[in-house]
Design a protein around this ligand. Structure first.
Ligand code: ATP
Ligand code: MG
Length: 140
């Protein structure tokens, strides 16, 4: 076990429904500390860069248009095993497959509008944090 940092996004379907506080309460309830947070409206180009790993996938256009359609909240979360812990509290990508009590089970609308993003590895967490935050915006 070690203290890690991971990157999180509260997606447009959730900010639109005023769920930022409800989702933050679930993250904090899982033992994650929000050490950086800002509400932004991503450009399409910024979303395309963020999801470049998915650019060959059939849903790439839909995904990047969705992520740039309305405001999101980008965050850095810190805690014991933060990468895995955040993926656990998020739940499965498809909310129909998500476990009870997870953010996606409680709040996601469908596989695309699934309320949250979370880094899938410690290495990607570092890359994703640096894509959105300067060091002086992160206060652990
Ligand atoms: P995220 O990366 O957002 O945390 P994830 O790691 O659970 O989610 P990925 O496989 O990385 O899922 O897919 C990235 C995002 O692309 C998903 O969160 C979802 O919004 C969207 N997505 C994935 N699969 C589909 C699909 N079949 N149809 C539409 N959108 C999809
Ligand atoms: Mg992913």
């Amino acid at each position: 076990m070690s203290i890690e940092r991971t990157f999180s996004i509260i997606k447009p379907d959730a900010t639109r429904r005023n769920l930022t506080g409800a989702i933050n309460a679930m993250l904090e309830g899982a033992g994650l500390r929000i050490i950086a947070q800002k509400r932004i409206h991503m450009s399409l180009e910024k979303a395309q860069g963020f999801y470049a790993v998915h650019k060959e996938r059939p849903f790439f256009g839909e995904l990047t248009e969705f992520m740039s359609s309305e405001p999101v909240v980008v965050q850095v979360l810190e805690g014991e095993d933060a990468v895995v812990k955040n993926r656990e509290v998020m739940g499965a990508t498809n909310p129909e497959e998500a476990t009870e009590g997870t953010i996606r089970k409680e709040h996601a609308l469908n596989i695309g509008e699934n309320s949250v993003h979370g880094s899938d590895s410690l290495e990607n967490a570092g890359i994703e944090i640096a894509y959105f935050f300067n060091d002086d915006e992160i206060v652990g």
